[in-house]
Design a protein around this ligand. Structure first.
Ligand code: HEM
Ligand code: HEM
Ligand code: FES
Length: 341
């Protein structure tokens, strides 16, 4: 079941983010072209556009891939998570301009179809130094296109959650292809060493963030004799938000709301969205992806909806929160733990 986000406060913020994003895109391209025209005036306008859009798309891709782990590490980044898909579409459009200009510049002057020329003009697949790096960029662009195209509501409904999620995870394959596209391109075109350094820095940052967010969400777990594990301290959970942790393969979200604690499975029944990154709105856990809702004490969507997720038993000892990772059958009511004030 879903809430209508039109009534929820971050919609105004979404518009503000979109405006900031648009200003950023225009300012980046303007500054890049301005600097290059000043310090490297021998470059053609096409080359400047190709490089400005290329580096901007690369930067946006890094930001997109950082938002997930950053918001798992710190709730302050959550507004960015809600806005990530707009970044995705923007990144695709910027990369598309780069791809189109590259094809026009390098493949449209001969008598071959430009796309055929892109795919066949360089067959040196056995050479690292001459590898057809543009083909890698092209495959990545197709993946970004599929992601952008299938995220339309029609596909969200008609592709199964597994297929849709798998498609979105392809962003990591596309990222790998882009790394290769740039690294092999840099070698062949002797582009700026800054680009190479920036790429290395970006890659290390992405890997470190993903690593940190997965390690820290399972930190400090003490098994107690009665099957309960230490999860976190009360102060680690903000009001109407959750602490997420993985225990014995169970992905659990512990919510604090109305002076109570409840734990439900972190995986939304709609498209496997991360419920623990959502908020309690009108008494219901609200999925950050498309707004499906679940009551925290029984993991059940309010009537007339029928989705159910597993629930988990909690204990509070002083300030310390403990969870039993054995899942109760989906929709099982568990009395919330009351926080004594
Ligand atoms: C080239 C385009 C895109 C890229 C690179 C991209 C990238 C990503 C990535 C990395 C994730 C995280 C997956 C996860 O951690 O589970 C994600 C999630 C998501 N994407 Fe995209 N995306 C793109 C286009 C779109 C579009 C056009 C839409 C919808 C209009 C969309 C909707 C979503 C949704 C709903 C999620 C789940 C979480 C969220 O709302 O941020 N994406 N995307
Ligand atoms: C049809 C798809 C694509 C084609 C034909 C293509 C082609 C090219 C070409 C010819 C260059 C060398 C340009 C030069 O430095 O003069 C280049 C560089 C680059 N490409 Fe692509 N590309 C494609 C897709 C992509 C995508 C999807 C991304 C990223 C999201 C990307 C990122 C880059 C970057 C960062 C550079 C280095 C720019 C620089 O040297 O400053 N490319 N690409
Ligand atoms: S509402 Fe779509 S994944 Fe949760």
């Amino acid at each position: 079941m879903s809430v209508n986000y039109a009534g929820i406060l971050w919609n105004r913020q979404k518009r503000i983010y979109d405006i900031i994003l648009a200003i950023f895109v225009v300012a980046y391209i303007g500054l890049y072209v301005g600097f290059t025209a000043t310090f490297n005036p021998e470059l053609t306008a096409e080359t400047m556009i190709i490089r400005a859009t290329a580096t901007l798309a690369l930067l946006l891709l890094h930001i997109i891939l950082s938002i997930g782990p950053l918001s798992r590490l710190n709730k302050r980044f959550l507004p960015l998570l809600y806005n990530r898909r707009h970044l995705g579409v923007t990144m695709f459009l910027v990369a598309l301009v780069h791809g189109i200009f590259s094809i026009l510049q390098f493949h449209s002057l001969g008598n071959k179809n430009p796309l055929l020329s892109l795919l066949t003009s360089n067959g040196s697949y056995d050479s690292l130094v001459r590898f057809p790096f543009q083909v890698l960029g092209f495959i990545a662009l197709i993946i970004f296109f599929l992601m952008a195209a299938t995220s339309h509501d029609f596909w969200l409904k008609n592709l199964s959650p597994k297929v849709w999620k798998a498609l979105h995870m392809m962003v990591y394959v596309a990222y790998g292809l882009i790394i290769m596209h740039v690294m092999l391109g840099v070698v062949q075109l002797e582009s700026s060493p800054f680009l190479y350094g920036g790429l290395m820095f970006g890659m290390v940052t992405i890997i470190a963030l993903h690593f940190a967010s997965s390690v820290l969400s399972g930190r400090g777990l003490d098994l107690k004799s009665d099957g309960y594990y230490y999860a976190c301290n009360l102060e680690d959970i903000q009001d109407d938000c959750a602490k997420v942790l993985t225990l014995n393969g169970e992905n659990i979200a512990i919510f604090k709301y109305d002076g109570k604690l409840s734990a439900i499975n972190n995986v939304c029944k709609h498209q496997n969205g991360p419920l623990g990154e959502g908020k309690v709105i009108d008494g219901c856990v609200t999925c950050p992806w498309h707004g499906y809702q679940y009551e925290p004490h029984n993991g059940t969507s309010p009537p007339p909806f029928t989705e159910k997720v597993s629930t988990y038993e909690l204990k509070l000892e002083g300030e310390r929160v403990f969870v039993n990772p054995a899942p109760k059958p989906e929709g099982t009511t568990i009395a919330p733990v009351t926080i004594e004030s």
